[in-house]
Ligand binder design. Structure first.
Ligand SMILES: NC(=O)c1ccc[n+]([C@@H]2O[C@H](COP(=O)([O-])OP(=O)(O)OC[C@H]3O[C@@H](n4cnc5c(N)ncnc54)[C@H](O)[C@@H]3O)[C@@H](O)[C@H]2O)c1
Length: 331
């Protein structure tokens, strides 16, 4: 008898295929899928040798599984999660949690009874360099945080050539730079220094062909007493992302493109680099899958809880509102 957990991956587009592969890589899970696109469903089922591949949601829901990974576009996450939670199955929900706050409280109520674990898949929370930097910040060796800056950019058409045809093209399905990309940075920053409680923002569609959602965004924010600014675009050539936390006694910077974090305390000194082991693209997702399975087995806490995912969802929404109103806004 296999003691592997049965994991149902819902939606096997770009990230759902990755989760299918990465959960298999853990060697701790038997994966089944639910996908409405017939051709895609068959291809993925064949590619990964899956015994069960459902095209019908009710059939998938009625099947034998312990946990689900929700990888559909964001506006579908909460309704699907509620149905699964009501059946007392565990949930890994892709980011962003949703495109609005509708039914989030209902989901919270449906997981309130013991036995249902929920984790939101903000994957940077398993990045070894970011984890190491968080541990250093939490140890207080740099003193309290006072100023944060996040700076990110990449050429989205290179990494996601189909961007015009997918959820990305419409804010209502989770599209645009704010809900799709900046949300990773915001969630990481809220993890490091606490929730954003005030912000102002500006965004625009500047470059990406074939869509009119924003591809460029600037945010200034307060995480309580910590001042912050975040800038991100999805069209520059360099693929770079850094998050700098200036503390009272020293400065720490995470650089995902360099797979390291670094720190400096003495102005007369230099950066001290703290590289992590080289990472392949799947490595973080395998680590996240293992962590989720640990949570399901009761041996770990979620990397990102439903409450933390909800806070970042509120911040996404506030950034969108602030871009319209041009006023300071509260999440
Ligand atoms: N963590 C990350 O790094 C990361 C990366 C990419 C995407 N994502 C997130 O994952 C989600 C999906 O993104 P994607 O890039 O894989 O999108 P995608 O468009 O490539 O895939 C979504 C899939 O869901 C399927 N689908 C839609 N409705 C369905 C339904 N009712 N039942 C079953 N299947 C259904 C679609 O047919 C499609 O194959 C989004 O929320 C996105 O923000 C996260």
């Amino acid at each position: 008898m296999s003691s592997k957990l049965k994991v149902l991956v819902i939606g096997v587009g770009s990230i759902g295929e990755r989760h299918t592969r990465c959960f298999q890589q853990t060697a701790r899970a038997v994966v089944s899928i639910c996908e409405i696109n017939d051709g895609l469903r068959t291809r993925i089922a064949n590619r990964y040798g899956l015994a069960n591949a459902f095209g019908d949601w009710s059939e998938a829901l009625a099947s034998d599984f312990d946990a689900a990974v929700i990888c559909t576009p964001a506006h579908l996450h909460i309704p699907m999660a509620i149905e699964i939670a009501e059946r007392k199955r565990h949930l890994l929900i892709e980011k962003p949690l949703s495109t609005n706050l509708e039914r989030v409280d209902e989901l919270k109520r449906s997981i309130a009874s013991p036995g249902v674990a929920v984790m939101v898949a903000y994957v940077m929370r398993v990045h070894p360099a970011l984890l190491a930097m968080k541990a250093a910040l939490d140890s207080n060796r740099f003193g309290g945080p006072v100023h944060v800056s996040g700076c990110s950019g990449q050429h989205f058409p290179t990494y996601r050539p189909a961007y015009r045809e997918i959820y990305y093209r419409d804010r209502a399905t989770g599209g645009g730079a704010i809900q799709d990309a900046l949300t990773h940075v915001i969630n990481a920053a809220e993890w490091l220094v606490g929730p954003i409680d005030r912000l102002a923002a500006d965004c625009s569609h500047q470059v990406l062909e074939g869509v009119d959602v924003e591809d460029t965004v600037n945010v200034i924010a307060r995480h309580g007493g910590v001042l912050a600014s975040y800038s991100l675009n999805q069209h520059q050539a360099p693929n770079e992302s850094s998050l700098t936390v200036v503390c009272q006694l020293g400065t720490a910077r995470f650089e995902s493109h360099q797979q390291r974090w670094r720190w400096q305390i003495d102005p007369a000194d230099r950066w001290h680099d703290e590289p992590c082991e080289p990472l392949e693209r799947d490595d973080l997702f395998i680590a996240q899958a293992n962590r989720f399975l640990d949570v399901v087995e009761g041996n770990a806490v979620p990397t990102c809880t439903l409450d933390e995912g909800t806070q970042t969802l509120r911040t996404n929404q506030a950034i969108l509102r602030a871009c319209e109103s041009r006023e300071w806004t509260r999440p």
